[in-house]
Design a protein around this ligand. Sequence first.
Ligand SMILES: [Cu+2]
Length: 346
Amino acid sequence: MRKILVILLVALALLGAACGNDDNGGGNAKKKAAGPSGAQTYDVDMDADASPQYQVAAYYPGQLTVRPGDTIVFNNKSKVHPHTVTFGIKADQSNRPAAITAKGEENPVAFAPCFTDTEASPQLAACPSKADPANPPAYAGRGFWSSGILSAAAGPAAPAKITLKLADSIAPGNYSYVCMLHPFQAGSIKVAATDGDRLTPAAVRTSAEASAKKAVADTSSLKAPAATAGTVTAGWGDRITAVMAYDPAALNVKVGDTVTWKDASPYEPHTVTFESMFKTPGDPGATAPAGVKSGGTYTNGFTSSGLFGPQPFFESNTFSLTFAKAGTYNYVCTIHPGQKGTVTVA
Ligand SMILES: [Cu+2]
């Protein structure tokens, strides 16, 4: 897990400008002549009200024009998938806090709420100030302002919503934000010079909902790559939407055959886990390899690939096992509840 996260971090740094705002799925609302006057409250949704099988890693709207003093309510619409809203990461990702600290521990700054005037840096390993996600400080356009995990599924420890109030002092200009979990998920706000440059919250909402609805409708066009003998696609999709499934979900092979799982998503990892004892993705060890290693021979018992996924974020996007004994073998993905498959060996 740690090695994978370090690789993810390096990969994000390498991606550089490719991780800009061009890949978000939100609409680009056109300006109108007469906008609302006075402080407004806007909604920005992340993900979408889709089947849990689909993760829509985007913000709606992806770009929003606001004024100092406005409020933005960020709301994760997914029932299961976590996201963050994180301001203060440069477009080239060079100041992104390390996912793993120098002590080899997971960095709370990367995954927990943190609001600080201290600029983000790869060395930032503890939040310099106490963070209350229920009452975050106004954002003045500097430092590091990160929601931590927003999730409808994680309970009170990680709420689905966070409210960002723009400081009266924030300078006009563009401010981008990212999700700390999904490398292509980004959005931006433009702080305008006059009230009239904004749309009304209702107009923004209508446009954003249409974009999110289209993303949900488009999920049906995301097909797994054509099957080849002995190969199972473990997840697929595009830079926004990840499909959490195996294809074929039921595979028939002969004794002695090797099965290879290949992750075809541009960003989302999965596991292939036989006889899993994990109940939630957060269970200790749920993302770590265990049992028979890739390339080995499997007959029975608990065995897990650990997280595997697309390079450069992960070491390998494949996992394979040779089946030495006839039988029916069920497996799951430990990080995506409901993602499961079967290998029948005859
Ligand atoms: Cu999965």
